[in-house]
Write a protein that binds this ligand. Structure first.
Ligand code: CAA
Ligand code: NAD
Length: 282
């Protein structure tokens, strides 16, 4: 299964990173957004990362030009036509994803693979909603995509061996370390990470410590690169809230239930770094 042309759906926090690493590995990559303004913002994030990389001496001007040369943006599904693989990184909502897959399938060829970057949704359900359940799988990247080495590769019950191998091969081709993860809410990493993040919010609600002290505790006491509140702001409180609900629905265990404070912060529009305010102000 040769992959040459890659489509990425969504140019938000994750889609921008996925499109960047795909283009950096030499794949002709087209990234699709809902409108020109959001697309411009997402492409701007990629350009800034590369420009910062040049300033840090990590990226050459030639590489930056080459990456941007392999990348294009669009707001039209028709431009996904020649894709061999489409990676979806849109909002963590099953109906939105299913709707998007129908639009992808209307334009791509029968051979095209579809991979979801979902954090928690059931890959088998996403695959079953398409006309090609054997060609759908999960490629779960980590934020920030250009710096985090891991990709979880998830097989739906219907995913063929050929598709799974092609997705593992793609992850390796873009310089990532793939691990096989089961199709269970949150896969491997979020199964452990999400209850920890939610517990930090519960600790805050109980008055166990301040945001700053809890973060400092986990950074300096455990060597974590970011404390839980910095990480929550970084991931997005909206995305974390959706993930928690999906995992709670899957396992019916209270450790996955979103704490009341998280829900209220999302309702108030305090989504973290991306909205300028979360547990910290930006
Ligand atoms: N271009 C190229 N390289 C860059 C760069 C750029 N624009 N910016 C940074 N780098 C490089 C740096 O040069 C540095 O490289 P070296 O190690 O070789 O020196 C490296 O990247 C780290 O950069 P910094 O030193 O500037 O930053 P840092 O040390 O503060 O690390 C971080 C930043 C990697 C994000 C770190 O804070 C971290 O690992 N945080 C935790 C992130 C995490 O847990 N992510 C997972 C979230 S959960 C998820 O994603 C799943 C989900 O479904 C919700
Ligand atoms: P985000 O809110 O930053 O970006 C989502 C983007 O998708 C937005 O820009 C939105 O305009 C766009 N979008 C929505 N519907 C679309 C459609 N039909 N077509 C094209 N674009 C559409 O969210 P994110 O953090 O990038 O998360 C995206 C996905 O990645 C989610 O499934 C999430 O669970 C997963 N994920 C997130 C993280 C994280 O740390 N934030 C990590 C791993 C996986």
């Amino acid at each position: 299964m040769a992959i040459t042309n890659v489509g990425v759906l969504g140019c938000g926090l994750m889609g921008a990173g996925v499109a960047q690493v795909s283009a950096a590995a030499g794949f002709k990559t087209v990234v699709l957004e809902v409108n020109a303004d959001v697309l411009e913002k997402g492409l701007g994030r990629i350009e800034k990362f590369l420009t910062d990389g040049v300033a840090k001496g990590k990226v050459t001007e030639e590489t930056k030009t080459a990456v941007l040369g392999h990348l294009s943006g669009t707001t039209s599904y028709a431009d996904l036509k020649g894709c061999d693989l489409v990676i979806e990184a849109i909002v963590e909502n099953v109906e939105a994803k299913k709707h998007a897959y129908a639009q992808i399938e209307a334009v791509v060829g029968a051979h095209c693979l579809i991979a979801s970057n979902t954090s928690s949704l059931c890959i088998t359900e996403l695959a079953a909603g398409t006309t090609r359940p054997d060609k759908v799988g999960g490629l779960h990247f980590f934020n920030p995509v250009p710096l985090m080495k891991l990709v979880e590769v998830i097989r739906a019950l219907s995913t063929s061996q050929e598709t799974h191998e092609a997705l593992v091969g793609f992850a390796r081709a873009i310089g990532k370390e793939p691990i096989a993860a089961p199709d269970r809410g949150g896969f491997i990493v979020n199964r452990l990470l999400v209850p920890y993040l939610l517990d930090a919010v519960r600790c805050l609600e109980e008055g166990l410590g301040t945001v700053e002290d809890i973060d400092k505790g986990m950074r300096l006491g455990c060597g974590y690169p970011m404390g839980p509140f910095t990480l929550l702001d970084f991931v997005g409180l909206d995305t974390t809230y959706y993930i928690a609900n999906i995992m709670f629905e899957e396992f019916r265990e209270t450790r996955f239930a979103p704490p009341p404070l998280l829900k209220r912060m999302v309702l108030a529009g305090h989504l973290g770094k991306k909205s300028g305010r979360g547990f910290y102000s930006y």
